[in-house]
Design a protein around this ligand. Structure first.
Ligand SMILES: Cc1cc2nc3c(=O)[nH]c(=O)nc-3n(C[C@H](O)[C@H](O)[C@H](O)COP(=O)(O)OP(=O)(O)OC[C@H]3O[C@@H](n4cnc5c(N)ncnc54)[C@H](O)[C@@H]3O)c2cc1C
Length: 462
């Protein structure tokens, strides 16, 4: 059997392994090994779907926790604690006996040797590899974004943003004249779901909570500005829901600027394409993501030395994959989730959303299992079960199958229920539910701690 044949069986796989493993085992000693990079939505689903399969699974992540990204904005706006929306990776797979966890960042993937190099510790050999390493913030080369703006892709991002905003209010409290230079202003670039949710979250934080925390500060002078380059918010939603969201945000005091893009930021002024300059010490960049750095590493090896890297990459730097989510020429490597340039039967790229990653993970686990008994599954097909965005208390928009559209309290209740169900971990669900109930009844947002001050002071002292 050719080494890259997809017709793996348990016995041929064990005997076939090319290079000697570097982790102490020999090829003939160990079972078939599937290595999964990324304990996000796609990676965790792959691993869970491989339970009770006679193979060994190694789950590698640069963090020792899974992050529930859809609620990052709540951490950033002090509605939830960081550990309410994160769950230890080892806890996720604790009861699954064929899984080993490696905490470390993958720095190299050698497709020919079927080996991963990590920033720390020994390399890992694989028989099959699933790459679900997600996306990173893309600044599109706009001046000052990387240097001065805040992204919202990780727990660190969310906590840094929350800390920064709270610090700006403290600054304004001791020097109210700084409000003129934009200390209380928050500009959000990108009118997709994250931008809309953040804008709604900030209006509640400022008008209900910080107003009481800072009674001597005129918090009504805080501007929340949402900038979107197209002519409507929530471009993936029905135009009626976009209009609903815009009205609801405007009603809550958000300045919605459509048809304009952020052209630059120097940490003091946000410059819009039309020339307007908004004084502001907080710019949140939710306007774009691109595939993470492993995408280029995979594509470069597919196109070969001197090949055109672009040929291996799709829009947004995503890795081109086949109908079965495998890397061209490498049936033993799957790419899923935000990193994958997977397309539907009509050639449309699938969106970078959690259900695509989850369904991709379930699908590749099925392919891997199918190879053990010689079956070939049909192409990957994503079933879109709808999309939602919350605007704030009692208000969300939801677009569901069969043309069902919800908004207002009904949309909000569906949003709350869905996010509770999707969260990993019973403790997290309880914590989030309790926090939401507390916030709802008291109009409070308890997670407004400024952390890291001692370390900052030590760093400043050298
Ligand atoms: C703020 C925000 C809000 C969102 N809201 C929604 C929403 O409401 N609904 C929705 O459906 N989708 C939402 N999304 C998108 C959704 O979160 C992603 O589509 C989904 O997380 C993609 O899953 P994934 O498995 O591809 O990657 P991720 O979930 O991003 O996981 C990638 C994992 O890989 C790890 N990793 C990366 N590089 C390496 C490396 N070199 N070595 C080791 N580990 C590595 C990371 O630590 C991470 O754990 C949102 C995203 C963001 C950022």
């Amino acid at each position: 059997m050719a080494p890259d044949s997809p017709n793996f069986t348990a016995s041929t796989i064990t005997a076939r392994t090319g290079s000697a493993p570097t982790d102490g085992s020999t090829a003939l000693e160990r079972r078939h090994r599937v290595v999964v990079i990324g304990a996000g939505f796609g990676g965790v689903e792959t691993v869970k779907s491989l339970a009770d399969t006679p193979i060994d699974v190694v789950l590698v992540d640069a963090n020792n926790f899974h992050t529930f990204q859809p609620l990052l904005y709540q951490v950033a706006t002090a509605g939830l604690d960081a550990d309410d929306i994160a769950y230890p990776v080892r806890g996720v797979v604790q009861r699954q006996h064929n899984v080993d966890v490696r905490f470390g960042r993958v720095t190299d993937i050698d497709l020919a040797a079927r080996r991963l190099t990590l920033s720390d510790g020994p390399p890992i050999d694989y028989d099959e590899l699933v790459v679900s390493a997600g996306a990173v913030t893309a600044d599109y080369g706009i001046p000052g974004i990387t240097e001065h703006a805040f992204g919202l892709k990780s727990l660190d991002d969310a906590v840094a943003l929350r800390t920064h905003v709270l610090r700006q209010f403290e600054r304004a409290a001791v020097d109210p004249s700084s409000i003129d230079s934009g200390t209380l202003n928050v500009v959000i670039a990108g009118g997709g779901p994250t931008g809309v949710e953040l804008a709604g979250g900030y209006t509640e934080l400022v008008s209900k909570v910080l107003r009481r925390d800072f009674p001597n500060l005129d918090v009504r002078r805080a501007r929340i500005v949402l900038v979107e380059p197209t002519d409507r918010l929530l471009g993936a939603f029905h135009p009626k829901l976009s209009a609903t969201a815009r009205r609801a945000l405007a009603h809550r005091g958000v300045e919605v600027v459509l048809g304009e893009m952020v052209a630059g930021y120097d940490g003091k002024f946000v410059e819009l394409g039309g020339g307007e300059r908004i004084p502001c010490t907080t710019l949140v960049w939710t306007a774009g993501v691109k595939a993470g750095p492993l995408a280029e590493m995979l594509a470069a090896q597919c196109v070969g030395p001197g090949g055109d890297l672009a040929a291996g990459l799709d829009r947004g730097g995503r890795v081109r994959v086949g109908d079965d989510l495998t890397l061209p020429g490498h049936p033993e490597v799957f790419v899923i989730g935000d990193l994958a340039g997977a397309r539907d039967a009509s050639g449309e790229l699938y969106p970078q959303v959690a259900p695509v990653a989850i369904q991709g993970g379930r699908y590749v686990a099925g392919v891997i299992r199918g190879r053990l008994d010689g079956s070939t599954p049909p192409r990957f097909h994503y079933r879109d079960k709808g999309t939602m965005a919350t605007i704030g208390r009692h208000d969300a928009v939801a677009q569901l199958p069969f043309g069902i559209r919800l908004s207002g309290p009904l949309g909000w209740l569906s949003w709350l229920a869905l996010h509770l169900v999707m969260l990993i971990g019973f403790r997290n669900r309880v914590n989030v539910l309790v926090n939401w109930a507390w916030n709802y009844v008291t109009y409070d947002r308890a997670s407004r701690l400024i952390v890291g001050e001692e370390r900052r002071a030590r760093d400043r002292a050298g």
